[in-house]
Design a protein around this ligand. Structure first.
Ligand code: HPA
Ligand code: ZN
Length: 334
């Protein structure tokens, strides 16, 4: 049994970030949209980023071709087929509703396309899922309040809310009223924090937003008291190694802090973030990390175990997946 074939959960993946250039060109053509690139290769040549904002500029340009329910279905289905190859058995995906509604696409078009694909994925590919709607933090909190009734209206399809987009200059405190409302309404809550932003933003995500999980969280290592608090509160980190490399959060994969996180007792997990842009899906993240820092079988097993434990699945289903992992993933055989 090898690493690639072990069952795993993915907890940090933006569905718009799984939009492969080939599919982007296909959907653009179908919708009569001219992309500002001559070819798939010309587009891919632009995927070189010095920071989060340079990536986001390209990412928001990419979503512009998504218009119909079928487009959102196809986007999600492509991810699911790819996820199946990596033996993802459970996924909790993000989507950015404001990046679509701001272009005049109805919220229902987006969520209905995504939801139908994930329901089909559950039936046909045996992948369980939850959907998380993220607020774009570079927009005012009021813009989040404006879209919130749509999220609430689809609470049967959306388990939680998140916070993403440009981090620096947009601290979690900006969103505390909206997250308080979401908590009242029974949503799970996550937030990107400490990807580029300082440890203080992670403190705010915990203390002001009261998140259930921290997305990225790398910068917690700057503050030992914060590390202790994260451990005490049993908050997991959804870490994204290839994203960290491509967005220059780390200079080389061999300097990635994943081992330090595990050694300090943090519940870190491995995720792909925006796999179409960062050069790899979940198994690529594991494999490249394994090559760069020689992850041991025990560490791999710990990371995958964390992914199930940190998910929003109920305890019974978690136990079922963990039993399967333990059957297949005896430490000696990875
Ligand atoms: N960070 C912040 N916002 C995002 C990301 C990310 O990696 N991907 C899509 N939106
Ligand atoms: Zn992300």
């Amino acid at each position: 049994m090898n690493l690639a074939s072990l069952p795993k959960a993915e907890l940090h993946m933006h569905i718009e970030g799984s939009f492969e250039p080939e599919l982007m060109f296909k959907i653009a053509k179908r919708n009569g949209i001219q992309l500002p690139y001559e070819s798939v290769d010309a587009l891919k040549a632009c995927y070189a980023f010095n920071n989060l904002q340079e990536f986001l500029d390209i990412y928001y340009q990419g979503v512009n071709v998504l218009q119909t329910e079928e487009d959102f279905y196809d986007l999600a289905w492509a991810y699911l087929e790819r996820a199946k190859k990596d033996n993802i058995v459970h996924t909790e995906i993000f989507f950015d509703p404001q990046s679509h509604t701001s272009r005049g696409i109805a919220f229902d078009t987006v969520i209905n396309g995504l939801h139908r694909a994930f329901e089909d994925g559950k039936k046909e590919l045996d992948i369980s899922y939850y959907i998380i709607a993220c607020f774009l933090r570079h927009l005012p909190e009021q813009a989040g309040f404006d879209i919130y009734p749509d999220i609430l209206r689809h609470k049967d399809k959306i388990i939680g809310v998140g916070l993403d987009s440009s981090e620096i200059g947009h601290p979690p405190e900006k969103y505390q009223r909206l997250f308080a409302q979401a908590k009242k309404d029974g949503f799970k809550m996550v937030a990107h924090a400490g990807e580029e932003g300082p440890a203080e933003y992670i403190w705010q995500a915990i203390n002001l937003l009261k998140v259930d999980r921290i997305d990225h969280g790398n910068r917690c290592l700057d503050d030992q008291q914060l590390v202790s608090t994260i451990i005490e509160k049993k908050l997991a980190l959804t870490v994204c190694p290839l994203s960290n490399l491509k967005l220059c959060v780390v200079d080389q994969l061999k300097n990635h802090p994943i081992r330090t996180m595990l050694n300090q007792g943090l519940k870190a997990t491995i995720n792909s973030d925006d796999p179409a842009y960062f050069g790899g899906y979940i198994n690529d993240n594991f494999e490249q990390l394994q090559q760069a820092i020689g992850l041991s079988n025990t560490e791999i097993k710990q990371l995958i175990t964390n992914s199930f434990n940190a998910s929003f699945l109920n305890e019974k289903v978690k136990a079922k997946y963990l039993a399967k992992l333990n059957d297949l993933g005896s430490v000696n055989t990875i």
